[in-house]
Write a protein that binds this ligand. Structure first.
Ligand SMILES: [Zn+2]
Length: 374
């Protein structure tokens, strides 16, 4: 038993939950069976046995396993492990350990994967990401011209929900490039459930057995009064939304990217979104010739972001004066040491730093003022 085994266990469980949800959408009347989930569950039960827990006896099948574990924070999954086992495998240092529940119960034995589940999966290697909606879309748009790439990506970020008419218009505009049109169409799915437009992120908020849910559990942290205007009329069957993984993977960090670009525009700086085919998210060119490269990251869990950065080998190399990993400012409200956790692993890259959006704007304004003083 080792740490890598546990890492794989949780990656398979996260992937399996998402697979199950996709299968259920395709065939709503059939119980969705995911090999990845089954594999992950068996691995967790084997590890539990190693750690002296009776979990394998008490929750031997998928239904009882999910009912007991899947709506609990990950830390609690180890409650029945012998003391010392978690420490021996250094599990507290693993990105999965600090996550909240990977799914919530929608009804009976139907579980919906949480934003934590999606976020965790993103930190995992290519193999495990294969076949997810976000990976498929990424592979489609990375082959486009720089111009079409930016166009499709920007559209996705700005339009979490579209009408059939919007879909037709954009498809027509992309008619010259069938690959771009195909990528755009792939990003969306028809809305088939009663839902409201989420006031936080603009995606769909649906009522389940235990309250409302959006793509992120954080959208429901503060819930306003729902008005009829927020209700989506699905009766005509002409509304589409981004697929959930795509909303999480592209649209959430995308809001940061667009906000940085808008700030640079206001400061009359030269900027570019996703330069060099997504090597960076935003590039800023200052009047003195300095180039800053920025990578926007929307991971709430700093250990998950740290793992992702380490897996990627740090900030991409290049000819820039400064490199920044930027996170939404609100992520540090309850985790004041967030950027410190990241910056500890960036020591080898002297000109690279993790900052909040607020701190980045301050740095840009200061640099711009210094350029003007010269
Ligand atoms: Zn939302």
């Amino acid at each position: 038993m080792d740490t890598a085994f546990m890492r794989k266990t949780f990656a398979l469980i996260a992937k399996g939950l998402i697979e199950k949800e996709q299968l259920l959408q395709m065939e709503p009347t059939r119980y969705p069976y995911s090999k990845a989930l089954q594999h992950g569950i068996n691995m967790f039960l084997a590890a539990s046995q190693w750690a002296g827990s009776q979990a394998a006896v008490e929750y031997p099948d998928e239904a009882s396993f999910l009912a007991h574990f899947i709506t609990r924070p990950i830390e609690e999954w180890f409650d029945t492990w012998e003391s010392g086992a978690v420490e021996q495998l250094h599990l507290q240092e693993e990105p999965f350990y600090a996550y909240d529940a990977f799914a919530y119960q929608k009804a009976g034995n139907v579980y919906v994967p949480s934003s934590d589940c999606y976020e965790f999966l993103e930190t995992q290697d290519s193999d495990i990401m294969n076949g997810t909606d976000e990976r498929i879309l990424y592979e489609k748009i990375i082959t486009l011209s720089q111009e079409d790439y930016c166009r499709v990506r920007r559209y996705i970020i700005e339009h979490p929900i579209i009408t059939l008419e919007d879909r037709r218009t954009m498809s027509l505009e992309l008619a010259d490039d069938p690959m771009a049109r195909d990528a755009f169409q792939f990003a969306y799915e028809e809305i088939t459930e009663e839902s409201y437009r989420c006031p936080q992120c603009g995606w769909t908020m649906m009522q389940g057995k235990y309250g409302y849910s959006c793509h992120s559990t954080h959208c429901t942290d503060t819930l306003p009064e729902f008005t009829d205007e927020m209700k989506l009329d699905i009766s005509a069957g002409d509304l589409y939304r981004l697929k959930k993984g795509i909303m999480r993977y592209f649209a959430t960090p995308g809001k940061l990217e667009l906000e940085i670009a808008a700030f640079c525009e206001k400061k009359k700086l030269r900027w570019a979104l996703w330069p060099q085919m997504d090597r960076y998210d935003v590039e800023i060119r200052f009047p003195d010739g300095d180039i800053w490269e920025i990578d926007a990251k929307a991971y709430r869990n700093p250990i998950a972001l740290r793992t992702k950065i380490q897996n990627d080998g740090g900030f991409p190399s290049g000819d820039y004066a400064r490199g920044y990993f930027v996170i939404p400012s609100e992520y540090t409200v309850n985790q004041r040491n967030y950027t410190a956790i990241i910056n500890r692993v960036l020591k080898d890259q002297k000109n690279v730093e993790c900052v909040t959006l607020k701190a980045l704007k301050t740095a840009i304004a200061k640099k711009e003022a210094a350029c003007n003083d010269e």
